[in-house]
Design a protein around this ligand. Structure first.
Ligand code: GDP
Length: 296
């Protein structure tokens, strides 16, 4: 389960405050020290933790809180608010084009879950009565095209491919023409990943982006890689410019550091989270619900 250990530690630290009738600054300091440790152990970015603790403390030692009848509960509410803020405040939806088709470029490192997530996303669009098209632009990994065809079939979404001999930019252009002709209103481009970020990969993605001018450039990152996921997001955003992040494998991420750091570090929203391998396992990301879930 995601955030299991963080959740337990935060609840533990804050429960000590909840029971108290009156609070002083020292009580808050002690609890915040525990909160800080819990966040660092959850692999949250160091600077993010520092700012978070400062923000909470500033609000918590104010006289309204200290003099209230339930100061402990007020502090818990402040922590909840600040966690929500950290993750982006409110849901960030897909930006659909006013003149369809909407083009969504999926990018990310190999194994992050790009292909699976492209299919999940296409299925969720289908449920909204849209007409998605999946496009196979990963021509380097031998099984990638086949994999997209298999998941596309499961999602009952058509897949456009031209094999592995054509340049991905040309495939993307042809897919756009094909989609327009067939009345597809959302075109999801699955691109190649690499084990590490390299210049060739970025150049190719940039070419596709320049030619298609997509509404969304969604970066898929594996939450289980913690701060590496945050670094990957920073680099992709610097080099390519992303519009949002999809965090995968949250079902296996006991810590949660990526989810809690990415927004604050990159200033780009987490749009969806994936919590399993099945096509249904994709959810819009709600910072407020996630914060409440963490605090129990
Ligand atoms: P790609 O290389 O980025 O296209 O990654 P794939 O879509 O091929 O996914 C890599 C592996 O991660 C596959 O075995 C997927 O089933 C698995 N996977 C993807 N998303 C999730 C998720 O949210 N949870 C879990 N547990 N596994 C996932």
């Amino acid at each position: 389960m995601a955030f299991e250990s963080l959740s337990e530690k935060l609840q533990n630290a804050l429960s000590k405050l909840k029971g108290k009738g009156k609070l002083n600054e020292k009580d808050v300091d002690l609890a915040m020290r525990e909160v800080k440790l819990a966040l660092l152990e959850a692999d949250v970015n160091f600077k993010v933790v520092k700012n978070f603790i400062n923000d909470v403390k500033k609000r918590a030692v104010g006289s309204e809180v200290m003099n209230s009848l339930t100061p402990g509960q007020q502090v818990v509410k402040i922590v909840n608010d600040e966690l929500t803020k950290l993750m982006g405040e409110r849901e960030s939806k897909i930006n659909f084009s006013s003149s369809p088709p909407t083009i969504i470029l999926m990018c990310g490192l190999q194994g992050a879950g790009k292909t699976t997530t492209a299919a999940k996303l296409s299925m969720s669009f289908k449920k909204q009565n849209r007409r998605p098209l999946l496009v196979a632009c990963d021509i380097y990994r031998p099984a990638a095209i086949k994999q997209l065809e298999v998941v596309g079939e499961k999602a009952q979404v058509p897949v456009f491919s031209m094999g592995d001999k054509i340049n991905p930019v040309d495939i993307a252009k042809a897919a756009l023409e094909h989609g327009k002709k067939n009345g597809n209103d959302v075109i999801i481009i699955d691109t190649a990943g690499r084990l590490h970020i390299d210049e060739d990969l970025m150049a190719e993605l940039e070419n596709i982006k320049n030619v298609l001018n997509p509404e969304e450039v969604l970066l898929v990152v594996d939450s289980m890689t913690g701060q590496d996921a945050v670094n990957v997001a920073e680099t992709f955003d610097e080099k390519l410019g992303i519009t949002g992040v999809i965090l995968t494998k949250l079902d296996g991420d006991a810590r949660g550091g990526a989810a809690l750091s990415i927004r604050a570090v990159t200033n780009k929203p987490i749009k969806f989270v994936a919590m399993g391998e099945k096509l249904e396992d994709l959810e819009p990301f709600h910072p407020d619900r996630m914060a409440s879930r963490i605090l129990g």
